[in-house]
Design a protein around this ligand. Structure first.
Ligand SMILES: [Zn+2]
Length: 360
């Protein structure tokens, strides 16, 4: 199906950030664990609103590619493709146009087109911005916890994208031809998936990504993207840069992201597959061509580049942000701790019937 989308990387960053948050005893870690699929969905779709097909295969009608990444020919037939458009109330939008309208709004610190750049949020204002969103999550989108888990996932994406795309310094990965490039992304994905995720962390990728893709759209997302009428704590403290006129379009975009992802996850899992060769396991031809390396060579390269150290840095940076946000919204400390009586405790209270007989 062609180009990777970053779902593997962002899912891994979210899981590492969660472990780091657990190690610091941040109460929000248990919340994210309770709503893991929504937390992971936030870490991906919470930002990447261009998750939709790029084109349609003319002969088969199949959707191909990933939004904004050019597709020249159909991977199914080798034949022609036509551009994909999202049609909303009779108006057509290309993935590129969607990207221009919304990408900066979700990524906050990066990805704004020039004329919207005054709406970008400086890095040092992020904890305050996030804390306001959390406050609104508690006051206007609660008492359910799922929106909060999604919001913390979204924070992971904002932080990790800023690091990996070099907007924020602190990461010093040099892999093949840079830190984050079209050629080295498949290497990061494959090694994250197999060596780090599957073998070292014991992740069940098909289960994690499938559950992620089945989560619903969270209504708090347009709010934290400042699409709508300014309101809540965020509207009060960050009153500029709101775009009520885009609300009619964002909702169908978010629905499209979720629809697309349910189809896309199986394709990602297929693309990550390794097959046995006499020289050991190898990835598909397409990824070999993109990177110019065999899978064993990729593994070696990531070892030399100290890729795991970079992952550690990302996990720690995520937990740093979580800490700053929790300090900004003290109610996060009061989140339900598991003080419920255990089964043994309940048995002590309840085993004996009031009639005096003891059940087995
Ligand atoms: Zn992103």
């Amino acid at each position: 199906m062609g180009r990777m989308s970053g779902i593997v990387g962002h899912t891994l960053y979210a899981l590492l950030g969660l472990r780091a948050a657990e190690a610091r005893n941040l109460p929000v870690a248990a919340l994210c664990q309770r709503h893991l699929a929504s937390y992971l969905a936030g870490a991906y779709l919470g930002c990447d609103i261009q998750a939709m097909p790029e084109a349609i295969c003319v002969e088969t009608g199949e959707e191909v590619g990933f939004g904004t990444v050019p597709v020249e020919k159909s991977p199914y037939t080798g034949g022609p493709v036509r551009p994909f458009h999202l049609v909303v109330h009779g108006a057509d939008f290309s993935p590129r146009q969607i990207h221009e309208l919304f990408y900066g709004r979700s990524h906050l610190v990066l990805g704004w087109r020039k004329e919207d750049r005054p709406s970008a949020i400086p890095w040092d204002r992020l904890p305050a911005y996030f804390a306001d969103v959390v406050r609104d999550g508690l006051d206007s989108y609660g008492p359910g916890e799922r929106p909060l888990a999604y919001v913390f996932g979204w924070m992971v994406h904002v932080v990790s994208d800023a690091l990996i795309k070099g907007v924020r310094s602190g990461l010093n990965l040099r892999l093949l031809d840079g830190q984050y490039t079209p050629r080295n992304r498949p290497i990061q994905d494959l090694v994250s998936f197999h060596e780090v995720g599957r073998k070292e962390l014991g992740l069940n990728w098909p289960a994690l990504l499938t559950d992620l893709a089945q989560t619903p759209v969270e209504p708090i997302q347009p709010h934290y993207m400042r699409v709508g009428i300014p309101d809540g704590a965020l509207g009060r403290e960050f009153g500029d840069g709101w775009a009520p006129e885009k609300a009619w379009l964002l909702e169908p975009v978010l629905l499209e992201n979720h629809r697309f992802l349910r189809r896309y996850v199986p394709a990602v899992l297929a693309e990550m597959e390794l097959h046995q060769t006499p020289a050991g396991p190898d990835c598909n031809e397409n990824l070999r061509k993109t990177t110019g390396l065999s899978y064993p060579e990729m593994v070696e390269l990531t070892q030399k580049a100290d890729f795991r150290h970079s992952l550690w840095q990302i996990g720690a940076a995520v937990a740093d942000m979580f800490t700053a946000v929790v300090q900004g919204e003290p109610r996060l400390f009061g989140l339900r701790a598991d003080r419920s009586p255990s089964w043994d405790e309940l048995a002590r209270r309840w085993r004996k019937t009031s009639r005096g007989a003891t059940a087995g």
